[in-house]
Write a protein that binds this ligand. Structure first.
Ligand code: ADP
Ligand SMILES: N[C@@H](CCOP(=O)(O)O)C(=O)O
Length: 327
């Protein structure tokens, strides 16, 4: 459950005054997510999500996220829309935090993603990449290679408390990934950067919307593909499911074909994606704020995924025939 900042009823009532949302009927903290504080609001005009942006979100980046949702929605991606107050502003402040209200999206996120969900997310991700192509605002990826070292430094001294040997393992992997091997010339654009199953809604097996753009940024499109391989294509026992990966990659490729260079880079990008989530989870695991209603996510899940990607030599291991070869 992620509620880092409590909001009193009278504070919320004051905050809502400049909006045209009718009467507030109820509100409750949302029992999911780890990054921000989210409340579900029921008003006489419908349901809305109120987000108070917390630790990893820079206030200056919020206009990027809010404008991106509007841009994507205008280009055919089903995602929440920012709700503006009477003064035309969607971004305001509540309980000392930047805060925004967004529209409520119908659907549920899949607790046990199946092959059809993986295909749906492949297609949805590729459509999002195409829809983001002409988005004018830029935001660098603060959690790419140069952002990993500070996370490691923040957790290094206690990493072995989580698993003996983790410190040395992370240090070696970081040294490798920062030794000049990280790709720099792959096609870029707007990436979601956190398209996990709790951020993709489905109605049955059909994708009904994408939420949570608070890590969205400009980076290599194939890095987003690598994040999804990590998030969608492993089983609860941490084994890799090549059938899901093939379904995901083929569905992505039907909308936006990966270049040979992108395919060749996927194992490395998947290692990078795995260490990025391993590190943020490790920092969060070791630093749960007192009193916060949050269930930190298991960093070791990403240790195991990273070990798998270290053993991968080609995109074939992800179920895809390299495009340079004839099947
Ligand atoms: N626009 C929305 N419509 C419906 N539910 C939402 C919406 N935004 C967030 N939620 C709910 O809130 C949960 C946490 O939101 P999320 O944005 O993932 O949190 P965080 O900001 O911590 O990353 C989601 O899993 C979902 O259940
Ligand atoms: N997806 C990240 C955590 C942040 O995502 P949230 O949407 O659950 O707040 C992870 O799994 O480490």
């Amino acid at each position: 459950m992620a509620v880092y900042t409590d909001v009193a009823a009278d504070e919320l009532a004051d905050f809502l005054k400049p909006y045209d949302l009718g009467e507030l009927l109820s509100y409750k903290g949302i029992a999911e997510g780890v990054e921000n504080t989210n409340f579900l609001l029921h008003t006489s005009k419908g349901s809305f999500i109120l987000t108070l942006y917390e630790k990893r979100v820079a206030k200056n980046d919020l206009p990027f996220f809010l404008a991106l949702m509007t841009h994507l929605a205008e280009h055919g991606v089903t995602c929440p829309l920012p709700v503006k107050a009477g003064d035309g502003e969607a971004l305001r402040e509540l309980s000392g935090r930047p805060a925004a209200i967004i529209t409520f999206l119908e659907g549920v996120w899949p607790r046990k993603p199946n092959v059809a969900h993986c295909a749906g997310v492949g297609e949805g991700l590729a459509r999002m990449h195409l829809a983001g192509a002409n988005f004018a605002i830029k935001r660098g990826n603060a959690l790419s290679v140069s952002g990993w070292r500070p996370l490691f430094d923040a957790a290094a001294s206690r990493a072995d408390e989580v698993q003996p040997g983790l410190h040395a393992f992370l240090a070696a992997e970081l040294d490798y990934l920062s030794s000049g091997v990280w790709p720099s010339n792959l096609p870029g654009g707007v990436i979601h950067a956190d398209l996990f199953n709790d951020n993709v809604f489905f109605l049955g097996d059909k994708l009904s919307g994408i939420i949570d753009f608070t890590f969205a940024c400009n980076d290599m499109l194939a890095y987003d593909v690598a994040i999804c391989l990590n998030a969608w294509c492993f089983e609860p026992d941490h084994s890799f499911n090549v059938t899901k990966a093939r379904a995901f990659l083929n569905a992505y490729g039907r909308v936006r074909k990966l270049s040979e260079a992108e395919e060749a880079a996927l194992p490395l990008l998947a290692r990078g994606a795995a260490i990025r989530f391993l590190l943020t989870r490790l920092v969060d695991w070791l630093n749960v704020p007192p009193g916060a209603l949050v269930k930190p996510k298991d960093p070791l899940e990403y240790f195991r995924k990273l070990r798998f990607h270290q053993s991968v030599s080609s995109v074939r291991d992800y179920g895809l025939m390299p495009s340079g070869l004839v099947a």
